[in-house]
Design a protein around this ligand. Structure first.
Ligand SMILES: Nc1ncnc2c1ncn2[C@@H]1O[C@H](COP(=O)(O)OP(=O)(O)O)[C@@H](O)[C@H]1O
Ligand SMILES: CC(=O)OP(=O)(O)O
Ligand SMILES: [Mg+2]
Length: 391
């Protein structure tokens, strides 16, 4: 039996998991998998460390039922990883609030704090916390560690964190936090290994998954990002509108008499690619495959908003040396990268079309003034490292 760390990463459209063998100081990947499209067409796939497929199974009847899908993942791991002894579980938790800026071991008090942050991340925090409680019940002795998406952004200067509201709100925690921090932390480490020049310069990382954001890295530290107080801000996403004139919210509440729960549903689940495509899909693969004009318009708006927000971050950075695409869409959708890069040509971004079509690591021409790369993110590897360090 080999000691291992189990990692769980509940995103807005997927539940990702991995098992890492503990070998010396660094965890070694044993297997990884995910259930994707949890709300529409749940499908479990997993691969061993060499990339060989271990399972491909669908449960259309369990769409939207997170608890039952989580139980299926745990059941599958128990059946297929019996030569590993899980000695700790690491979780991605989206919101750590103002006081939690590093990985922490789970305690009952910490769980109470995390519960109180649920209104700030209603699409994620409940799915992040439920597995912690379920595991604590089954195995109270098993150490569990939480790794916050907000933590990586603690280097943001005050001016990037502050909202234009009266001071008392900031003191009460109403400020910009930023998310996808485990992904940005992993990318920053990969840059140190593969493109060290960029770690001394000004880089925008585009994490384009079902949730999406941009991070401005200056000398490899976050100095600004497009998500703010909640995971609603910034880019348009799979089901979220991204930044929105607050006047629209007032209009919906006052003139349309919309209830708060209805508004929350609109902003977290019915907008973004799903809403703009007229309900065709929130999933980029389906939109790119569709011939419907509304699907094409949704993709166009997605890319327009990325280029527009990137322009704002170029201003925060005072220029741009590198542009990195990552996460589900960023890693696998050449069309989206092409549309974004075309809009950023004024910065000296010049895409190599063949390299882009191949999802190559470097996708710019030699003449490009900005180095454009595709880097596969690995939030699980970050969670495993933090978990091992914490226990
Ligand atoms: N081959 C592909 N081409 C285009 N989009 C893809 C591809 N593979 C995955 N995606 C998109 O990536 C998104 C999911 O990304 P992911 O990072 O897993 O999301 P999250 O972690 O937010 O749940 C979906 O919109 C999906 O359609
Ligand atoms: C913060 C967030 O939106 O996460 P995800 O992209 O995993 O949904
Ligand atoms: Mg994700």
């Amino acid at each position: 039996m080999t000691d291992a760390i189990l990692t769980l990463n509940a995103g807005s459209s997927s539940l990702k998991f991995a098992l890492f063998a503990i070998e010396g100081a660094s965890p070694l990947l044993a297997l990884r998998g995910e259930i994707e499209e949890i709300d529409t067409a749940p499908r479990l796939t997993a691969k061993d460390a060499t990339g060989s497929a271990l399972v491909d199974q669908s449960w259309p009847e369990s769409a939207g039922d997170f608890q039952s899908l989580f139980a299926k993942v745990i059941g599958w791991i128990e059946d297929h990883a019996d030569n590993y002894r899980v000695v700790a579980v690491g979780h991605r938790v989206v919101h750590g609030g103002p006081d939690h800026v590093g990985p922490e071991r789970v305690t009952p008090d910490l769980l109470t704090v995390l519960d109180s942050l649920t209104p700030l991340a209603p699409l994620h925090e409940p799915q992040n916390i439920a597995p912690i409680r379920a595991i604590a019940k089954l195995r109270p002795d098993l150490p569990q560690v939480v790794c916050f998406d907000t933590a990586f952004h603690h280097t943001m200067p005050v001016v990037a964190r502050r909202l234009g509201l009266p001071r008392e709100y900031e003191a009460a925690g109403v400020r910009r936090y930023g998310f996808h921090g485990l992904s940005y932390e992993y990318i920053s480490r990969r840059l140190s290994e593969t493109a060290p020049d960029l770690t001394r310069g000004r880089v925008i990382v585009a994490h384009l998954g079902n949730g999406a954001s941009l991070c401005a890295l200056h000398k490899n530290e976050s100095i600004d990002t497009t998500m703010g107080f909640s995971a609603l801000d910034g880019l348009m996403m799979g089901t979220r509108p991204g930044n929105l004139d607050p006047g629209v919210i007032l209009h919906l509440l006052q003139q349309r008499g919309m209830a708060v729960a209805e508004l929350e549903d609109l902003l977290y689940r019915r907008s973004g690619l799903r809403g703009v495509s007229g309900g065709i899909a929130s999933d980029m693969r389906a939109l790119l495959a569709s011939t419907d004009i509304h699907a094409a318009e949704a993709v166009e708006l997605f890319c327009y908003r990325i280029a527009r927000e990137a322009g704002a971050l170029v201003s925060s950075l005072g220029g741009l040396d590198g542009l990195i695409f990552t996460a589900g869409i960023g890693e696998h959708a050449p069309r989206v990268r092409e549309l974004v890069c075309r809009r950023l040509a004024w910065l000296g971004v010049e895409l190599d079309r063949d390299a882009n079509a191949r999802n190559a690591e470097k996708i710019c021409t030699t003449a490009s003034r900005v180095e454009v790369r595709v880097i596969a993110t690995d939030e699980e590897a970050m969670i495993a490292r933090h978990t091992l360090e914490t226990i």
